[in-house]
Write a protein that binds this ligand. Structure first.
Ligand SMILES: NC(=O)c1ccc[n+]([C@@H]2O[C@H](COP(=O)([O-])OP(=O)(O)OC[C@H]3O[C@@H](n4cnc5c(N)ncnc54)[C@H](O)[C@@H]3O)[C@@H](O)[C@H]2O)c1
Length: 255
């Protein structure tokens, strides 16, 4: 497999390091990055390329995709912010006859965490003695709170626990209601990202925690996505990648 990294910025470079670690050859394409191999997506820059990993900006997604389709190159779409155009992007992919996988968070650890939280939430749904809440911690430079990932975690909890119907992300100056799910954020230091789901009852506490060390989790997940989408046709999400990891493995997935 030969790859192209399109957008040789922070994520593009991290993904390049992950490709190098796996011995996968690649070219880099970026209109401004001084050390990129090419400036534009053309037949020349995509010569021999099987999969393009795109970490650019939302406004570039459609135009880039038209070029990948013209060259018959499969796509790992890491660029975020185009999701209100999903239907037309999907139509382009299908018309182009290429493979396309997208995620707002390619970290396999977070994808595993979301599925563990879903299973834990189904147990909490069945056992009313236990309550649940969410905590997240990020570095002092983070501009937004709560984190987008913590909102995904909250979505998974609420989808699976019928009695949790309202998400509360503010400070509470009153008692919390039983149907409310409290998500709290702390900001400080250099913490790359911690997400915790706490399941608490009278007798004991269960704490599920995902702690990111750096951005390499995004990059290695994007490389797994490239290996997954290579040679496939159609529009895929991380659900498809995660489902493929479970196929043919020991057991049937139940404990
Ligand atoms: N899916 C994930 O897991 C994940 C993780 C982190 C970031 N992201 C997303 O990846 C994207 C890039 O993030 P970043 O932090 O690397 O940004 P960045 O600004 O560091 O890098 C973006 C690069 O893309 C280049 N670029 C812009 N338009 C281009 C085009 N048409 N063709 C080629 N290159 C082009 C820019 O010159 C720049 O070097 C953002 O949308 C971000 O939200 C996704």
């Amino acid at each position: 497999m030969k790859a192209a990294i399109v957008g040789y910025g922070a994520m593009g470079r991290e993904t390049g390091a992950a490709l190098r670690r796996k011995g996968i050859p690649f070219v880099s394409i970026d209109p401004v990055a001084a050390d990129a191999d090419f400036r534009d997506i053309t037949a020349e820059s995509l010569a021999g390329v099987d999969v393009a990993l795109d970490f650019t900006r939302p406004q570039a997604v459609r135009g880039n995709l038209e070029r990948y389709c013209a060259a018959g190159v499969d796509v790992v779409m890491g660029t975020t912010g185009w999701y209100n155009e999903t239907d037309s992007i999907r139509a382009l992919v299908e018309k182009g006859g290429i493979g396309f996988i997208w995620a707002s968070n390619f970290s396999i650890g977070i994808q595993m965490f979301l599925r563990i939280v879903a299973e834990a939430s189904r147990l909490v749904d069945a056992v009313s003695e236990y309550d649940v809440f969410i905590r997240e911690i990020h570095h002092a430079r983070k501009a937004d709170s709560p984190s987008g990932t913590s909102l995904s975690v909250a979505g998974v909890v609420m989808e699976n626990i019928a009695r949790k119907t309202v998400l509360v992300t503010d400070t509470l100056n009153r008692r919390i209601e039983p149907n409310e799910l409290h998500l709290t954020s702390a900001r400080g230091g250099a913490v790359p990202g911690v997400h915790e789901v706490v399941i608490d009852g009278e007798a004991d506490t269960i704490e599920l925690r995902h702690s990111a060390r750096n951005r390499s989790g995004f990059a290695s997940g994007a490389v797994m996505a490239a290996e997954f989408v290579h040679g496939k046709k159609g529009f895929f999400s991380m659900d498809d990648l995660m489902a493929s990891l479970a196929v043919g493995k020991k057991g049937d997935g139940h404990v």
